[in-house]
Design a protein around this ligand. Sequence first.
Ligand SMILES: [Zn+2]
Length: 313
Amino acid sequence: MRLVFLGTAAGQPTRTRNVSALALLFPEGGWWLVDCGEATQHRVREARLRPLRCERILLTHLHGDHCWGLPGMLLAIAIAGRREPLQVAGPRGLARFLDAALGVSGTELPYELEIRELPDEPRGEPLAGPGWRARPFAIRHRVPCVAWLIEEPPRPGRVDPARARALGIADPRLLGRLQRGETVTLADGRRIAPSAVLDPPPPPRRVLICGDTDDADAVIPHARGVDLVVREATYPAGMEAKAAQWGHSTAAMTGAFAARLAARRLVLTHFGGRHSDPERAAQLQREAAAAAPGVEVLVAEDLMRLEVARAAP
Ligand SMILES: [Zn+2]
């Protein structure tokens, strides 16, 4: 799976960074949007993502820099031709926000909007739906806010050709059935279970996307060892009081979080205007890395693409 950062600024856009939005592209073909700050649809087009293939929208919280682009995005999806229901999930207040924005503007969507308002303290109950799982966990901010844990569905291991050969199985139809998890009977009457020829299942990929927060520790027991965590680094060292006052993180707080999580990689995002130029972002990266030994720390840029590969089993 792949991430495309569509907005990496805090609060207000800068000349090079738009406000928060992130696309998750799945190997199966569709994509999800996590947060949808104002003008996100511009970045969607710049990233060459097709609105029609957007299959789900997840919000971390309802501050304007994370959701004021949503009504426009929903209309873009409609104009692209969507007629199937679309799930939009986020904290309480989401339905009221959309009712008002779509209602007063006289916008009628040609598809059903499945608005899923989260409980105030979600503890990881997955959203209904096929494919990858989306699990919200409450984290601390000034308004109800969540971290989304995105989990790959379990997949069977692959047929090991050497073991299949050793058992005398060469028929591709039989190999296909074993790959699909079926027990097969050979011409000589032997019954072969899939476990006799399949490699162990690959470790499912997991990505954690945190909304704005000054304390996301509640999610750690559920997300230990994630392949990738995305979390804000709104302030540099020396601004801890400001971070606490506004419910945000310094780069070092976020680095320490990734270390406690034993994440493989950390991507910093949500840079405050004065701290968003390349030089200062590099300083935030150093501060986070110093607090996160063993974790690869990256700085998000708008339109940056990042592949999430499977960890070696
Ligand atoms: Zn924000």
